[in-house]
Design a protein around this ligand. Structure first.
Ligand code: DGL
Length: 283
């Protein structure tokens, strides 16, 4: 069990925070679920908004950026790391798990499990960034568990910029979502994996285009259930009375834009965002 999540475990402290990383605001969809399922836990979030999107970048660069974010959070002392980004999970999860002494969780396997549980006709769609789709990580995970599954994958490179620019309620967003998902319409899918943590912010538009007969899988939400299970397994869940420090939010981009989206999405009473630089956190 241990090797599945990390190199080893050294003195995990249940009072430390859970760290979340993403290329931008997308991982907030995972944080939203963590706030709901794990209210006793302190969360530290870092979004690399200045270098978002990761989707079109070469794998080696995404791995480098993911290490920089990881090292930033390790310095803040975290007891678990959630790679709340499918693009980073697809290329960097194994390497990071193999070197860390805290449990590391990605978003692809939990999404895969949830999709297989939901499908009735064995026809599953996967939408994600160019990097995630190119990696075939979802397709391989789905097929390794259920070889007869029909999988239709589609990269949606225009979705992340819509979310990062806070345009996800706009009519332009509606048009782009509709045009992009058009090729999936005739595939007779009953389940669609939102294989990018930014996409749940576009969920109503995606559901509208795909129709109510298609179950949308939010891999982030599934991931938090896995985090919850691991907190119990490693006996590092925080107790209700011990959460006395606030959650922390960091971005490498505009703190204002990040805060606008985070306020809208998370609805927290007090949320402060700090801008940080990652250049000294090289691998
Ligand atoms: N939110 C990220 C994901 O889940 C990536 C978005 C991007 O930077 O392209 O894949």
């Amino acid at each position: 069990m241990l090797k599945k999540y990390c190199k080893g475990l050294i003195d995990l402290n249940k009072h430390e925070a859970i760290g979340f990383i993403d290329s931008g605001v997308g991982g907030l969809t995972v944080v939203k679920e963590a706030l709901r399922q794990l209210p006793n836990e302190r969360l530290i979030y870092l979004g690399d908004t200045a270098r978002c999107p990761y989707g079109p970048r070469p794998a080696e660069q995404v791995i480098q950026f993911t290490w920089e974010m990881t090292n930033f959070l390790l310095e803040k002392k975290i007891k678990m790391l959630v790679i709340a980004c499918n693009t980073a999970t697809a290329v960097a999860l194994e390497e990071i798990k193999a070197q860390l002494n805290i449990p590391v969780v990605g978003v692809i396997l939990p999404g895969t499990r949830a999709a297989l549980k939901a499908t009735k006709n064995n026809r599953i769609g996967v939408i994600g960034t160019a990097g995630t789709i190119k990696s075939s990580a979802y397709e391989e995970a789905l097929k390794s568990k259920a070889p007869s599954t029909f999988v239709s994958s589609l990269a949606c490179p225009k979705f992340v910029p819509i979310v990062e620019s806070n345009e996800f309620h706009s009519s332009v967003a509606k048009k782009i979502v509709s045009e992009t998902l058009n090729p999936l319409q005739l595939k007779k899918l009953d389940t669609l994996i939102l294989g990018c943590t930014h996409y749940p912010l576009l969920r109503p538009l995606i559901q509208n285009v795909m129709g109510n007969q298609v179950t949308l899988i939010d891999s982030g939400a599934e991931t938090v259930s896995e985090v919850s299970m691991l907190l119990d397994y490693f006996d590092i869940a925080n107790s209700p009375q011990s959460k006395n420090e606030p959650n922390e939010f960091y971005t490498t981009g505009s703190a204002n834009m990040f805060k606008t989206i985070a306020d809208d999405w998370l609805n927290l009473e007090k949320l402060t965002v700090q801008q940080v630089r990652l250049s000294q956190f090289n691998r």
